[in-house]
Write a protein that binds this ligand. Sequence first.
Ligand code: FAD
Ligand code: NAD
Length: 464
Amino acid sequence: MSDTSFDVIIIGGGPGGYVAAIRAAQLGLKTACIEKRGALGGTCLNVGCIPSKALLSASHHFEAAGHHLASFGVKVGKPDLDLATMMGHKDKVVADNTKGIEFLFKKNKVTYIVGAATIAAPGQVTVGETSYAAKAIVIATGSEVTPLPGVEIDEETIVSSTGALALKSLPKSLVVIGGGVIGLELGTVWRRLGAQVTVVEFLDKILPFNDGEVSKQMQRILGRQGMAFKLGTKVTKAHRKGKHVTLTLEPAAGGAAEEITADVVLVAIGRRPYTDGLGLETVGVKIGPRGFVEIDGAFRTSVPGIYAIGDVVGGAMLAHKAEEEGVALAEMLAGQHGHVNYEAIPAVVYTWPEVASVGKSEEQLKAEGVAYKVGKFPFTANGRARSMNESEGFVKVLADARTDRVLGAHIVGANAGDLIAELVMAMEFGASAEDVARTCHAHPGLGEAVKEACLAVDGRAIHI
Ligand code: FAD
Ligand code: NAD
């Protein structure tokens, strides 16, 4: 094979694309990955998961220093914000991570091509003047911010998540449009650092895709932390005046409009698939009504030899879902039997406390007419949580009323994002709540709350 001829060419170096590339190369396929942003890792590493978590960690420490350490007998005085150093920490974490992927490409002999790819024909990809041939082409081009008509993003006063990760100074006030994951995570960062944050959400609850009890609990907790909410409200207009923005708000159900002014507005109403410049119309790859690339159960698009994975195909727009698809597709291309269990994909919101979920919510089970039992255990009754001063939240396990199989789990609490892994594993193995309840958990550990919630499914929790 020549330098421009490959078994697999992957377009997009995000968590879907780069993981697919590494797995394909591990399996002996001659693989290239084309990425146009000049750095590997996609949205996730460059302007998503990693920088947001770097700022969440840094701002968590800032808040702890100012509000929580004294209760442990650690007196530090009023902390000063050094935003430049905080942003430097974030930028370094991003740079180290993206360079790490380049290293992994070299180690696994993946050819990294920098540039914008266009699919000229099945089996043929062009980058500028160069044409590449491949037996399989994988579209892993991800997603972009969904714009809000009337609220034009300039990434300075009206920002997307990308701008909100790089503000040069602390805004006095921040209005977040959208009470979903990005709104609450980045709203939390800036609230901790001192901004007055108001979240405007179209629906009548925040985190609308979570279990209803979780949404309610998180609104209470975040409200106590100082975040304000305007639910059932839509933004119809933005007007910039000097350094401020005035938004016109209207009740979603109709009624009198009001105005709200802020230093910075964050638009976080979701993300949409990104396929610009790929030439999909020319080659005839079918796109669904909401712009997602249509695929079958084996990631095949409507054109033989062209596949798609990750955010661009829809479903949960999460990095680990994209990664699972990348691995499964690479294995299929190598003649193996890759598989993704979409029933057991966890989702985590990295506020504090964290919110973690897997499987069905109570609302979904009710709508599907599934008979279920609920086991719930509060962190107030967990010794480790109390010793950490982290007793907010609960573990809630939903199990099939007849078979006791775990159907869903929802955690609000410290380290919920790590605790959920046990219940994801339980669902992957088709475990019952009893299986988890009979598993020995180290004491004292936050994980004991998971065991107790599983015991509670059968009405036999010990510590409550
Ligand atoms: P992307 O990561 O979007 O990568 C696609 C890549 O393709 C991009 O780098 C793009 O430049 C490139 N590309 C596009 N077109 C072309 C072309 N024609 N030629 C060459 N290259 C091209 N998910 C989580 O699971 N956990 C989190 O904590 C989390 N936090 C997030 C925080 C924020 C602020 C945001 C915005 C997202 C977050 N996400 C998180 C979502 C996560 O980033 C995405 O689900 C994930 O990046 C999707 O991976 P992907 O490979 O499908 O696409
Ligand atoms: P989201 O879908 O999580 O939330 C968008 C929110 O905006 C919803 O609550 C929706 O009802 C609301 N909304 C929609 N239109 C509105 C309008 N006109 N006015 C007011 N509210 C409106 O989307 P997001 O927060 O933008 O995040 C985008 C994607 O990135 C998500 O798919 C998410 O999974 C992913 N992400 C994941 C993580 C994580 O895993 N921790 C973190 C950040 C982002």
